[in-house]
Design a protein around this ligand. Structure first.
Ligand code: 4NP
Length: 151
């Protein structure tokens, strides 16, 4: 079992999108039983207000025929570090925030999703850019590259 936790700032835009895109990819390859896939935030405010998936992410998943379930933001917890095999962040600031919660990344589990691609970079936050289309294609590129890395 490979356990993967996608992490972003709020866990309502990018990381739930990555969770459901990656779940679809492994399901289509008949590999879903080999994975446990979830997502989390580095900030706690969306968990406190029980926030669901942002409508921009919902619309993008719907448009691209990516199945998704109801999901509510939750903040990453210190014990997630031992539990998950890969903690995949969307940007540099997530990497810092994750380690401020879990402690230093002594086992090399914390990576940016797009670091698995030929063009390592941050995934911009659509909460600020409003561009969920760009987020989707970055996430597809990253998930695809991560799966190839695992294979
Ligand atoms: P995400 O985007 O990190 O991709 O989920 C954000 C969602 C919410 C907020 C910021 C970023 N916020 O400030 O509530």
């Amino acid at each position: 079992m490979i356990k993967v936790l996608f992490v972003c700032l709020g866990n309502i835009c990018r990381s739930p999108m990555a969770e459901f895109v990656f779940k679809q990819m492994v399901t289509e390859r008949g590999m879903s039983a080999k994975f446990e896939i979830a997502s989390a935030a580095t900030e706690g405010y969306n968990e406190m207000c029980h926030a669901g998936i942002h409508h921009g992410t919902r619309e993008m998943l719907h448009a691209m025929h990516v199945p998704y379930e109801e999901h509510y933001s939750r903040r990453i917890r210190p014990e997630d570090y031992a539990y998950y095999d890969y903690i995949l962040a969307m940007d540099d600031s997530n990497i810092e925030e994750i380690q401020s919660i879990t402690g230093p990344d002594t086992e090399g589990k914390v990576r940016r999703l797009l670091d698995f691609t030929a063009h390592p970079r941050n995934i911009k936050d659509p909460w600020y850019t409003g561009n969920f289309d760009e987020t989707y294609w970055d996430i597809v590129e990253g998930c695809d590259a991560f799966l190839k890395f695992l294979e």
